[in-house]
Design a protein. Structure first.
Length: 683
């Protein structure tokens, strides 16, 4: 495979809402550039991007796919990303591998949730942005209205660089050769608006433009790149991947107008940690030390762990010695690949701007930095902000003996996907896998079954209730056991009182006169803490209580640690039942992003779930953020409910806020279930 200089490389991520046409567009780009002979079909499962069996089955992208093509002596790296909210982590991760984010907008559907979010995320990573309005030949498309919606949502800096003509059968250029008639607007006016916008970032060129009324196209290249970098210009182009209208023109835009790695904004590297962290600027120079960033990890069943990285500095070749992050042991690059969907194409070198991969390096992880010198230690990329995984399933192996494999296999899945999380709750004795939605977790479980032959049973995770007391009380217990030899004796007097919510547990020793020897006080505390793990009402952990051991008795021969453990436990239980114990339920802080028109439905639904709205704020593109509090138990199935209320345009996140007293009916229900469970264990 031919090698290209850095200035002849372009890197673009196709991002946008699901079903907006990204994969079909990627096929059209590959076919038009000659990388493939014929464009594949999503329906037939023949696209280069969606090569995974599950992607073919569901006819949607689940993972980002790395592609490349050559045009006019330039290499173009294209990342086709998923658009479903459940798989948005793959799309966000791709942003740090490119200079330009191409936000694809479905001309039939207009601005959708992921469209807006990817525009915001790309802007926050300081990427150059391009809007591609796709499916312009579809029925009932009003391209002019779509362009107006784009400008209303993302700003007047979104200017058309070409316009549809003949009902979307072709496009006319508004920049290189502004002539001809379009379906709407004036090509000359569109050209003038572009030039006006570009020259604003170059005072000297603006003066020339004001004096002469025009500037040469070659004079616009540098200010055009600057306008892209500063977000002062977001070009808009039109395309139909199905008919090919605008595809050649889009490749020309990639070639002539989009920045190469030397022209784009520098990657957001940081050196150091915490308050000592400072910005670090890499240089896209092939002769310098290597600096590369791993933005994707694939657990390939044939080649093993595959680390996909973008080279930002230096040159990676076969036999290059690379360090992973702060690791002190280097690995040697045995095989270097460039990816074309599911195919790994071996190459000799990768220079700044290239996207490449290495296999079978266990130390490589998502978001790590690869380098060939300890001068690059402590360098990492500014952290990405991923959505919080909110959909959980408690998981268990279906087959006995697979318990040990669950953690290993799930952690392989997590290595690929930064929006997966695994938690083990020792109090509830359950392992919970968290993801961004039902389809997200379903796809992970199917992969575990198909690729790793690990069958999993699932159920909703348990609610982490707690117990506490509401009044002060005293407890007393004597443990006495006599056998043929030495016996067991211990007697404990203690007081308990409630602590402020969230204070935890406090143990106090005020025994005087050696009524209980100091050496046996830890045994009393051990007995008390045994009760903390399983409260008396419903078996949930006990919290927010102070225990004060103030008196007792011991026998110089029969008093042993085991006796005071038992006495401490019984005395604590005696006191708890007098202290009006209650069950606490977790209350979470919730933030819901939704279209403004759905605010009434969202707030009303939250109130019906024993929740309360604490505030609202306006977002861009006609959206609102609603903040509030709600009991966790009331949010079961909330993702599906929100999707229904907002037509798929809503998103939400939550975090534990505090614990408060559960309603009496719920407390009674939990106590009854616990009593049945205890009786079943005793039988």
């Amino acid at each position: 495979m031919a090698s290209y200089a850095t200035e002849n490389i372009r890197t673009i991520a196709l991002v946008g809402h699901g079903a907006c046409g990204k994969t079909t567009l990627a096929e059209a780009l590959l076919q038009k550039s000659g990388a493939i002979q014929a464009a594949g079909s999503i329906e037939r499962g023949t696209t280069v991007s969606d090569f995974d069996p599950m992607e073919k089955q569901y006819q949607h992208s689940f993972r980002s796919s790395i592609l490349h093509c050559d045009i006019n002596g330039k290499r173009v790296h294209v990342i086709d990303t998923p658009g479903f909210p459940d798989f948005i982590g793959q799309s966000i991760g791709a942003l740090d591998a490119v200079e330009t984010a191409a936000i694809v907008v479905n001309a039939q559907s207009g601005i959708e949730m992921i469209t807006s979010r990817m525009m915001d995320w790309a802007g926050s990573r300081k990427l150059c942005r391009l809007v591609i309005i796709s499916k312009i030949d579809a029925e009932n498309v009003d391209a002019q209205a779509v362009l107006a919606a784009v400008q209303a949502a993302f700003g007047k800096e979104c200017l058309p660089i070409n316009l549809p003509a003949d009902g979307g059968k072709r496009v006319v250029d508004c920049f290189f050769n502004p002539s001809g008639e379009s379906d709407f607007s004036s090509v000359a006016a569109a050209h003038g608006a572009l030039v006006d916008q570009v020259v604003e970032v170059d005072e000297e060129l603006m003066n020339v433009y004001l004096e002469k009324g025009e500037v040469e196209p070659e004079q616009l290249h540098a200010p055009f790149e600057k306008a892209l970098r500063e977000g002062h210009l977001i070009p808009v182009c039109f395309v139909s991947a199905r008919t090919g209208a605008g595809v050649a023109e889009l490749l020309e835009i990639f070639d002539k107008l989009l920045p190469n790695p030397k022209e784009g904004n520098p990657p957001l590297f940081i050196r150091g940690e915490g308050e000592a962290a400072v910005e670090f600027h890499s240089e896209p120079d092939a002769a310098k030390h290597v600096l590369a960033h791993v933005f994707k990890v694939v657990m390939d069943p044939f080649v093993g762990k595959l680390g996909v990285f973008r080279v930002h500095q230096g040159t990676v070749t076969r036999d290059t010695q690379l360090f992973v992050g702060d690791g002190r042991k280097p690995f040697k690059v045995g095989h270097l690949f460039m990816l074309q969907g599911g195919k790994n194409v071996e190459v000799d070198r990768a220079v700044p701007g290239d996207i490449a991969a290495v296999a079978k390096v266990d130390e490589i992880e998502f978001d790590c930095v690869l380098h060939d010198s300890h001068d690059e230690d402590q360098i990492h990329m500014k952290p990405l902000e991923f959505p919080t995984p909110m959909h959980g399933l408690a998981i268990e192996p279906k087959r006995r003996g697979d318990e040990g494999r669950i953690s290993d296999v799930v952690h392989r899945m997590i290595a690929e996907d930064p929006t997966l999380k695994l938690e083990h709750d020792t109090n509830l004795n359950e392992t919970v896998l968290w993801g961004l939605g039902d389809l997200h977790l379903r796809s992970v479980l199917e992969r575990m079954a198909n690729q790793f032959k690990l069958e999993i049973t699932t159920r909703p995770p348990r609610i982490p209730y707690r117990e506490t007391i509401t009044a002060a009380a005293e407890g007393h217990a004597r443990h006495k056991k006599q056998t043929g030899g030495a016996g067991q004796f211990g007697e404990v007097y203690l007081k308990i009182e409630p602590l402020p919510r969230g204070a935890g547990f406090e143990f106090v020793n005020t025994v005087k006169g050696g009524a209980i020897p100091t050496s046996l006080i830890p045994a009393v505390q051990k007995g008390v803490e045994q009760v903390l793990a399983e409260g008396p009402i419903a078996g949930f952990p006990l919290q927010d209580v102070r225990v004060n051991v103030y008196d007792g008795k011991y026998h110089p021969v029969d008093s042993k640690e085991v006796a005071f453990v038992s006495a401490g436990r019984k005395a604590f239980l005696d006191a708890i039942m007098k202290a009006r114990p209650i069950v606490l339920e977790p209350v979470v802080g919730i933030e819901i992003n939704c279209p403004a028109v759905n605010m009434g439905d969202v707030t009303g639904d939250l109130s019906s779930r024993r929740g309360q709205v604490t505030g609202t704020r306006t977002l861009q593109a006609g959206s609102l953020a609603v903040t509030g509090l709600a009991p966790l138990v009331e949010l079961d199935g909330y993702a599906a409910r929100l999707k229904s209320m907002t037509g798929g345009q809503g998103a939400w996140s939550m975090a534990l806020s505090h614990y408060e007293q559960a309603p009496p009916p719920l407390q009674q229900q939990l106590a009854t279930e616990y009593a049945k469970h205890r009786r079943h264990e005793e039988e």
